[in-house]
Design a protein around this ligand. Structure first.
Ligand code: ADP
Ligand code: ASP
Ligand code: MG
Length: 405
């Protein structure tokens, strides 16, 4: 029997009526003769609400306890989805991440999946049951509940698709595919029929929330082809896979905006070998992911280091840096959260020059100042003011000929 993994995001299971609709879709898939594994997220807004509650009782909640709390969001929806299926006569069983055999490392709040023991799921599928798995969570080998980073249910789905050798993996969300930009911000964005892992990964890691970036990385590594589609209609979605033969030769495939980054400036540090190493070692030891880095030219033996980190880690970064400041000349750390990262992505950049010039010119013409710049083979990112981010996305989208006219 063909095997399908379906993932339903937070909006798709946002209330009981929607959960019933999801159950109908799962039933239809099963009735077509498939074995079905379902991954669900928490109801939309629940994870944020839980984080806010944690912060209301403690300034810096312990990450172990945070995982304990956040995992409850998905535990509610797996049980309700299983019950909704029972209600329409479908045999189904719900599993937490731990029960589904999802083992992770010990990095609370951003754990990596190490192995999946798919035997229990396999057994239930063969017994004719639909298996509903809680997204975003696992267990480490100390028996502690872990979570996989925000948006982590995507990763659960892709990893399960690989583990159970699924024939198909469908990611159901509230938009009917991957667009050339966030369709909520850029109304003229176009849906892509297909996109390569490489481009999807760059878009996701640049802030396109439609897929969690680590899930795309995983899909690429294990060759999991997946489709992003809407749970609210039956439109064909976007297929994400290794090789894509594009009909039109565009240089820029998409535009992404990330509003969840913070800029950290470490100023007045000694401009000598080892300063940068100490700063980034301290951040690495605190498990903080650094994105863009700029080292200003040193003057009179004094330099500044500027970099971006996820906003959720900005205070943790300040804490991690305080002990090393003395060793590097007693500088200061400042955090700026009012920034956004705008990126343009496309494999065509490998063979075309002038993308950076066009991007910078487009922003300059609108009087939008560029703060930091980084590039990869297929991406250019700039940090700009948060206030101008949406406007910049629309202008750049039009400039690169992506508008749906
Ligand atoms: P889910 O809860 O289903 O995981 P998310 O909110 O995480 O859904 O992701 C879907 C959202 O991603 C959409 O509502 C859309 O606003 C946003 N998004 C950002 N960039 C894109 C893009 N390039 N294409 C489609 N959606 C995008
Ligand atoms: N509920 C988690 C979050 O909001 C995981 C997910 O939705 O994918 O980040
Ligand atoms: Mg998501």
């Amino acid at each position: 029997m063909p095997r399908i993994v379906q993932k339903y995001g937070g909006t798709s299971v946002g209330d009981v009526e929607r959960i019933k609709k999801v159950a109908e879709r799962i039933k239809a898939t099963r009735d077509e003769g498939n074995e079905v594994v379902v991954v669900v997220s928490a109801r939309s807004g629940v994870t944020n609400e839980l984080i806010a509650r944690a912060k209301a009782v403690c300034d810096q909640p312990s990450e172990r306890e945070l995982d304990m709390l956040l995992a409850t969001g998905e535990q509610e929806t797996i049980a309700l989805t299983a019950m909704a299926l029972h209600g329409i006569g479908v045999a189904a069983v719900s599993y937490t991440g731990a029960q589904a055999g999802i083992l992770t490392d010990k990095a609370h709040t951003k754990a990596k999946i190490t192995t999946i023991n798919a035997q229990p799921i396999d057994r239930d599928l063969k017994a004719g049951k639909v298996v509903i798995v809680a997204g975003f969570q696992g267990i480490n080998n100390d028996g502690q509940i872990t979570t996989l980073g925000r948006g982590g249910s995507d990763l659960t789905a892709i990893a399960l698709a690989a583990a159970v050798k699924a024939d198909k993996c469908e990611i159901y969300t509230d938009v009917d595919g991957v667009y050339t930009a966030d369709p909520r911000v850029v109304k003229t964005a176009r849906k892509l029929e297909e996109i390569s892992y490489d481009e999807m990964l760059e878009l996701a890691s640049s802030g396109s929330k439609v897929m969690q970036s680590r899930s795309v990385e995983f899909a690429s590594k294990y060759g999991v082809v997946f489709e992003v589609r809407s749970s609210f209609n039956h439109n064909p979605g976007t297929i994400v896979k290794a090789e894509v033969a594009y009909m039109e030769k565009v240089v820029v495939r998409g535009v992404a905006v990330d509003k969840d980054q913070a800029k950290v400036i470490v100023s007045n540090i000694l401009d000598k070998p080892g300063s940068a190493a100490k700063v980034f070692r301290a951040l690495a030891d605190a498990n903080i992911i650094v994105d863009m880095i700029v080292q200003n030219v040193g003057r009179h033996g004094i330099a500044n280091l500027t970099f971006t980190v996820p906003q959720t880690d900005s205070q943790k970064a300040v804490k991690a840096l305080e002990p090393v400041l003395d060793e590097i000349g007693g500088g200061q750390v400042a955090v700026h959260e009012h920034i956004a990262k705008l990126s343009v992505v496309g494999v065509g950049m490998k063979t075309h020059s002038g993308v950076a010039a066009t991007l910078f010119q487009c922003l300059a013409a609108a009087g939008i100042n560029i703060d930091l710049i980084t590039t990869s083979e297929i991406k250019i990112s700039v940090v700009i003011s948060l206030d101008r981010a949406d406007e910049a996305a629309r202008l750049v989208h039009a400039e690169f000929g992506l508008d749906n006219t």
